[in-house]
Write a protein that binds this ligand. Structure first.
Ligand code: ADP
Length: 686
């Protein structure tokens, strides 16, 4: 006899998805569950079979979630009737396994429970995958009525429904936990409020914001917790969300809630909870604290405003800088560190006769007078190395036409940005005309000095007349006497010799005076510095005016060291003394007690000569003005007002001073001069 064989079921087309769906349900190898046991019990009773199973066809086995009348919990898939059943869409019935070649040799038929009858209704998931069966088994051949089949199919649907519901519940639970975790971590307030304004859910952030535990909210009305005032502002939004409209708004919350003062800017979102019948059941609220954001926004706004103002200012200052630059009457240039001209204004272009374009191809040295090049470099070097903040120097430029012009240059180095190279900005003033005027003034001054000298000579004219008349009278007297004695034959040779000697001495004296006058009247600006005895310088002055003093009964005392040597343009020093003596002479006129004294005192390096007179002195109101050129109190035709100013100039050109010093009741002028001139000292040192 041939041994009966059996067929294993093929693998369904949707095997991969089917297995995935089975595993997702999460029921394999779980504990028994009375819901399914009730169903298998019903199935076995309805069909009148000893065995009923909820069988789930896994990858290589079938596992029974519920079983009636069978001890085994699973069997291999290759012998499972259910593996065949899941390939079908209708209830799969095997009336007599022994008569069916697919099952006749199946170990479950030949041994084990000795299956003869099998009917399996597919457990089809809502996605359409057959994950197993609800099946009934008998040990004898039989069939099912159509009612029994449809009852089996109904029960199979119940099995799947239970699986899926359980899965849904588990998923829901997991999702709820997940949501709870997220809501718990959120810094925002999240709550659900029903249409009667009763809290149904609040997240833990509520406790952090308001100090009230979440569970103390649940079931309470909003007004009971927050108070009417706190929700008054939100009320219009609440009314609208309860009409089904999402609300999105910001509020400033300066409220006192639960004894806590809360001052926040809050972003609020209300989302209505609408059911399938379009009824609003309540709303979800999410409140985000945007206080910091608002403050940052305010700060950013303020900064933007400040920036706008600063920009405006910098634009204005740039505009005003440009207009100063463009319209300045003096030249303005910007140089880089290589002394290239970066920018030059119109005045500078006009000054030198170059166009802007020409200048931008040049360095400042291209138009500098060769003799001033070194000085320009050094001056710019000092400011760029920051040893001087600002430098001011005079230099010569050469115009495009070749003409030489003078300019006073003021330069400063400026960094336009912290990390950039500095630029040199220079303001250039055309001083050519001033220079020319200075030259003219110098020439005029020189003339004035000469004419002042002549004027003082004029003042001395009376005295000089005496100086010359007296010797002339002596010569005349002596020569007449000699002629008379010669005529009378009484000429005594010894006496005659003495008279002739007296005439000779008198002529010498006269020629000395004339020589003094000549040297005094010529221009002595360019005289070399010479070393002379101070006594001689003073004597030269006395020689020119001594007679005048004598005739006017003015006593003149001279008190000075004889051996002191002074280095000076001596004729100029004589000129100072002449001026002082003339002024002193004028001051004592008409006084009962008329004297003038010249006193000199030498120290190591200088000499101090004072000319004092017995005159009434100088009105204190006029003291400040006496050294001014042309200031005089003397009558027209007598004074020039130049004596003191020229004398002061000469003293200073020798590195000395001339000052007015009233000593007690007497008027005094003090001339201080160094004994040596620095220039010659240097020469000697070299
Ligand atoms: P001038 O003698 O031609 O007026 P000065 O410059 O020499 O010009 O003197 C200016 C003025 O100073 C005089 O007019 C006079 O008023 C005053 N002054 C100068 N020396 C004396 C002096 N020794 N005593 C009084 N006043 C004097």
């Amino acid at each position: 006899m041939k041994t009966p064989s059996y067929l294993s079921a093929r693998v369904p087309d949707d095997e991969v998805q089917r297995l995935a769906a089975l595993r997702e349900l999460g029921v394999l190898d779980t504990a028994t569950d009375s819901r399914f046991d009730d169903i298998t019990l019903l199935a076995s009773q309805i069909c009148g079979t000893p065995i009923a199973l909820v069988s789930l066809v896994d990858e290589s086995r079938q596992w029974f979630k519920s079983r009636v009348g069978l001890d085994a919990t699973e069997t291999p898939r290759d012998i499972a009737f259910c593996a065949h059943a899941i390939l079908e869409s209708q209830t799969f019935i095997v009336p007599d396994a022994l008569e069916d070649r697919r099952f006749a040799g199946n170990p479950l038929v030949t041994g084990g429970p000795k299956v003869r009858f099998y009917a399996g209704s597919q457990l089809r998931t809502s996605a359409g995958h057959n994950i197993g069966t609800l099946c009934v088994i008998d040990m004898k051949p039989r069939s099912l009525t159509p009612e029994q089949i449809s009852a089996m199919e109904a029960l199979a649907r119940q099995v799947v429904l239970n699986f899926e519901r359980q899965k849904f519940a588990t998923d829901l639970h997991r999702r709820e936990g997940f949501l709870k975790n997220i809501l718990g971590m959120l810094p925002d307030l999240v709550c659900y409020i029903d249409k009667d304004l009763v809290y149904r859910y609040v997240n833990p952030a509520y406790e952090r914001w308001l100090g009230i535990k979440p569970e103390d909210f649940i079931g309470k009305k909003m007004t009971d917790i927050l108070g009417k005032d706190a929700i008054a502002d939100a009320m219009p939004y609440i009314l609208r969300v309860l009409k089904g409209e999402r609300q999105d708004f910001q509020v400033h919350v300066p409220y006192l809630i639960n004894g806590r003062s809360i001052e926040k800017f809050v972003q609020v979102v209300y989302v209505p909870d609408i059911d399938v019948q379009n009824q609003v059941l309540g709303y979800f609220a999410v409140l985000t604290d945007i206080t910091e954001l608002k403050r940052a926004e305010d700060r950013a706004l303020q900064q933007a405003q400040e920036l706008a103002v600063a920009l405006q200012h910098s634009k204005e200052s740039e505009r005003s800088f440009r207009s100063i630059f463009d319209q300045a009457p003096m030249g303005i240039i910007q140089l880089d560190m290589n002394l290239r001209i970066v920018a030059a204004n119109e005045s500078f272009c006009t000054f030198l006769g170059y166009s802007q374009a020409e200048l931008k191809r040049m360095t400042i040295l291209d138009m500098t007078h060769p003799e001033d090049e070194q000085r320009s470099r050094e001056a710019i070097g000092r400011i760029t190395e920051r040893s001087e903040p600002l430098t001011r120097f005079e230099k010569r430029y050469i115009r495009k036409s070749g003409e030489v012009v003078w300019a006073l240059v003021t330069s400063r180095s400026v960094k336009l940005q912290d990390d950039s190279e500095p630029y040199v900005f220079s303001v250039i003033e055309d001083v050519t005309q001033i220079r020319a005027a200075e030259q003219e003034l110098k020439a005029a001054q020189a003339k004035l000095v000469t004419s002042a000298k002549m004027a003082s000579l004029g003042e001395m004219a009376g005295g000089i007349a005496h100086e010359i008349n007296n010797p002339l009278a002596i010569i005349k007297g002596k020569s007449e006497l000699l002629a008379k004695r010669l005529g009378q034959g009484t000429l005594d040779p010894a006496k005659a010799g003495a008279d002739i000697a007296a005439i000779g001495a008198t002529v010498d004296r006269m020629s000395k005076i004339v020589q003094g006058l000549r040297s005094f009247s010529r221009s002595c600006d360019q005289d070399p510095l010479e070393r002379g005895a101070l006594g001689k310088v003073i004597a030269d002055a006395i020689d020119l005016c001594g007679e005048r003093f004598k005739n006017a009964d003015v006593s003149l005392s001279i008190n000075c060291p004889t051996d002191t040597l002074i280095e000076a343009r001596t004729t100029q020093i004589t000129q100072i003394l002449m001026n002082l003596l003339n002024n002193a002479f004028d001051a004592v006129q008409g006084l009962p007690n008329k004297w003038v004294s010249v006193d000199a005192k030498a120290s190591d390096a200088s000499i101090r000569i004072s000319v004092t007179d017995s005159g009434p002195g100088i009105d204190p109101k006029l003291v400040d003005r006496i050294m001014e050129p042309f200031f005089t109190t003397k009558e027209v035709g007598k004074g020039t007002g130049l004596g003191l100013s020229i004398s002061k100039g000469i003293a200073e050109s020798h590195g000395g001073t001339l000052t007015y010093q009233a000593s007690g009741a007497n008027t005094g002028f003090v001339l201080e001069l160094p004994l040596r001139q620095p220039q010659t000292q240097q020469d000697q040192a070299a």
